[in-house]
Design a protein around this ligand. Structure first.
Ligand SMILES: Nc1ncnc2c1ncn2[C@@H]1O[C@H](COP(=O)(O)OP(=O)(O)OP(=O)(O)O)[C@@H](O)[C@H]1O
Length: 455
């Protein structure tokens, strides 16, 4: 087994970067490309640690990105941010050794013990701590890019930390010209699509336009709903459809309320909570508040101390090893179809849906769409559409809807007809934009125009 000496030197020195120094005790979590273990560090008096073992062949971030983020994170220091002790490679896996947060993630807590969601005072406490971490990160020029309950960890004393910086990025770094672009509203904007779909801001999905700190604020708003309802909005839909809804229907807090109403399980929330969430879920990133501003929101005014979280959330909670064993067992029975308890199977499917899907551009093209779903994409006139236009007025949804229909094996001839109509409407849009550019006297050179058309 090989380990990476150079990496070792750049990180906190007190924990050995050597797999032989650790004894694995139990499996406590599983993400898309990683398994998390409870372990002890033998030369450190068997101090308990968590080890996240990331499969480098499956990870959405490449090795260099992970290494860069680890270096970057080792420079950050905040009580609400979980820093790794050290990280090193073990064969084709990256081991990230971190403090053991004995209550695990909020996602695991909510799924196992609060399927209907946490109380508002508990949500406020968790979110306030998360905001403190985000405010620090943003002020240091970093985006987290994967804010969700699965990445908010809690310790037995009720302390809350934001973790998992596998896809975080520095807005000030200039190393990835590919992932950064300039725009008029902000000097540097990120353009690579990363994060987890249900929590992803619309502008991240439209990544060619660029996004910045406010993308974390959107995910923060989704996380608030996740803590309040036990799952993120739209997670009952297949990912492809959630994506379509988000970029075409301009998903708002009220949509979620309607969705819950239809479920006959509507939960009452305070005006302050609704207002706070709605401000985070503004489609226009510039209208979303900053983390600093959100901290001053009335929802966070009377936050209780961490003892409150211990009493109201952690008391009676099964240990993390036990919770993981149970969720694994119910996942296995759901897969084999042998589960006897229908609710448990549903719960397990839900869990897998939430934590088991990461968005990337390939997936957008390849995600299987079920025939019934594709049919729903048709309007009454028979054309493929999901509500039409995005902020810029261009019909971005339709090519995806078309792709979805192809996946759903709809009538190919009808599809070709639809695609021809679509093409024509795109040409119209280009003409309109060119006309406006001409009117405003902002003529581009030929090369520039064709580049824009291509985009
Ligand atoms: N430092 C830690 N201490 C205790 N438990 C942890 C720690 N890190 C992770 N876990 C547990 O392991 C689970 C899986 O974590 P992981 O970061 O791999 O996945 P995720 O964030 O849920 O999914 P994704 O792969 O999409 O990031 C978490 O939900 C949490 O319960």
């Amino acid at each position: 087994m090989a380990h990476d000496g150079e990496w070792k030197r750049n990180e906190r020195p007190q924990f050995p970067a050597d797999p032989a120094s650790y004894k694995i005790l139990d499996e406590i979590g599983m993400g898309v490309s990683a398994t998390v273990y409870k372990a002890v560090c033998l030369p450190k008096d068997s101090a308990v640690v968590a080890i996240k073992s990331i499969d480098l062949d499956q990870s959405r971030a490449d090795f260099d990105t992970l290494r860069r983020e680890a270096k970057m994170m080792s420079l950050l220091s905040h009580p609400n941010i979980l820093n790794a002790h050290c990280s090193f490679t073990v064969g084709r896996r990256l081991w990230v050794v971190m403090p053991f947060m004995s209550a695990g993630s909020l996602q695991s807590i909510v799924t196992s013990s609060f399927p209907g969601g946490l109380s508002e005072p508990a949500i406020a406490m968790v979110l306030r701590n998360t905001l403190l971490a985000l405010s620090y990160l943003h002020n240091q020029g970093h985006l987290h890019r994967d804010v969700k309950a699965g990445n908010i960890l809690m310790d037995s004393n009720g302390s809350v930390k934001l973790a998992d910086f596998g896809v975080s990025a520095s807005i000030y770094e200039s190393h990835t010209s590919q992932g950064l672009s300039r725009s008029s509203s902000s000097p540097l904007m990120l353009t690579d699509v990363t994060g987890t779909l249900y929590w992803m801001a619309p502008e991240v999905i439209h990544s060619h336009r660029g996004y910045s700190f406010k993308a974390d604020i959107w995910s923060f708003g989704i996380t608030a709903l996740e803590l309040a309802h036990g799952r993120p909005p739209l997670s009952h839909l297949p990912p492809s459809k959630s994506l379509l809804m988000k970029i075409t229907k301009r998903f708002r807090f009220s949509d979620y309320e309607i969705e819950k109403h239809n479920d006959n399980s509507r939960k009452k929330f305070s005006k302050a909570f609704k207002d706070m969430v709605a401000s985070c879920l503004d489609q226009d990133p510039s209208r979303r508040p900053t983390a600093d501003k959100l901290l001053k929101h009335s929802f966070f005014r009377n936050c209780k101390g961490s003892e409150f979280l211990v009493r109201s959330v952690l008391l009676g909670l099964p240990c993390i090893e036990e919770r993981f064993r149970r969720s694994k067992a119910s996942a296995a029975s759901a897969v084999s179809g042998g589960g006897e308890d229908g609710d448990e199977v549903q719960e397990c499917k839900r869990e897998r849906r939430i934590s088991g899907w990461n968005f990337n551009e390939d997936m957008l093209e390849l995600d299987p769409v079920f025939p019934s779903e594709a049919v729903q994409l048709r309007t009454e006139s028979g054309e493929l559409s999901c509500g039409g236009t995005d902020e810029s007025g261009s019909n971005l949804s339709s090519p995806m809807a078309a792709a979805a229909a192809v996946e759903g094996h709809l009538d190919r001839e009808a599809m070709v007809g639809t695609l021809v109509v679509l093409r024509r409407s795109l040409e119209d849009e280009i003409q309109k934009v060119d006309y406006l550019i001409g009117l405003l006297g902002l003529g581009f050179g030929g090369e520039e125009t064709s580049k824009r058309e291509e985009e």
